[in-house]
Ligand binder design. Structure first.
Ligand code: HEC
Length: 219
């Protein structure tokens, strides 16, 4: 081999090593890993792993209010008491006093500095709006100052709302049949049928236990 050829080989070799080493470095430096949740939260888009991307909404609770356990609601509301007072004429704390909050105009308690999002929200705190807000405060009121993750269980929200309703000189009327129907129509999950079909189909394919049970018993 001539010196010239050797040089060419050496050059190729060095280039190859450099290329593979930088590839190796790249994999070491940049770890690809799955995020536990979306880095950028997109309102209304289901999180990864949640199956089909249907808009997440709170479950309806108005139908549960009449039978809700007020004492349980008071118990659940202990998590609110870090920030809220519940007594008539009570002080504003981190959050506003909540006595008489049902049907009170939003963001209107005297002496409390509400977020712009809350001030702009408008309307009164209907029991349906409370269900939305208590499910995920930031979902319902953009930029809210209430740093609370929310009550995921519909029974908890129903109980707390039933309790809040009692904190009034003249408690609001229980929701009527038309309110209940309206809420249920509004919060109906989108396309549940397709997801059910898939789940059912999946189970059909892997049901050895049932299949065996269906066979006539051998003697
Ligand atoms: C970490 C403190 C904190 C916790 C815990 C908390 N809140 Fe709040 N809450 C706030 C703040 C702050 C506001 C004012 C929000 C704004 O201005 O955006 C607020 C506002 C509210 C409002 C609106 C009141 C109005 O006058 O418009 C309601 C209703 C409410 N909270 C209910 C609850 C309930 C029920 C719980 C418990 C399940 C709870 N909060 C837990 C801090 C908290």
């Amino acid at each position: 081999m001539s010196l010239e050829t050797n040089k060419i080989f050496a050059a190729i070799l060095v280039a190859g090593i450099t290329a593979s080493f930088s590839g190796f470095l790249a994999t070491q430096l940049v770890h690809e890993h799955e995020l536990k949740e979306n880095a950028y939260k997109i309102e209304g888009v289901a999180e990864a792993g949640g199956g089909p991307a249907v808009e997440a909404k709170p479950e309806p609770v108005l139908a549960m209010l009449a039978g809700a356990d007020v004492a349980k609601g008071e118990q659940v509301a202990k998590v609110c008491a870090t920030c809220h007072n519940f007594t008539k004429g009570g002080p504003n704390m981190i959050g506003p006093d909540l006595y008489g909050v049902v049907n009170r105009p939003k963001g209107a308690h005297e002496g409390f500095a509400y977020s712009d999002g809350m001030k702009k929200k408008g309307g009164n705190w209907t029991m349906s709006d409370l269900n939305h807000f208590l499910w995920k405060p930031k979902w319902f009121v953009e930029g809210t100052k209430m740093s609370f993750i929310g009550l995921k269980k519909p029974e908890d929200r129903a109980a707390v709302i039933a309790y809040l309703r009692t904190l009034s000189d003249s408690p609001a009327a229980m929701p009527g049949a038309s309110d209940i129907a309206k809420e249920e129509a509004e919060l109906k999950p989108a396309e549940p049928a397709k997801a059910d079909d898939k789940a059912a189909a999946g189970k059909e394919g892997e049901k050895p236990a049932d299949a065996k049970a269906a066979e006539p018993a051998k003697k």
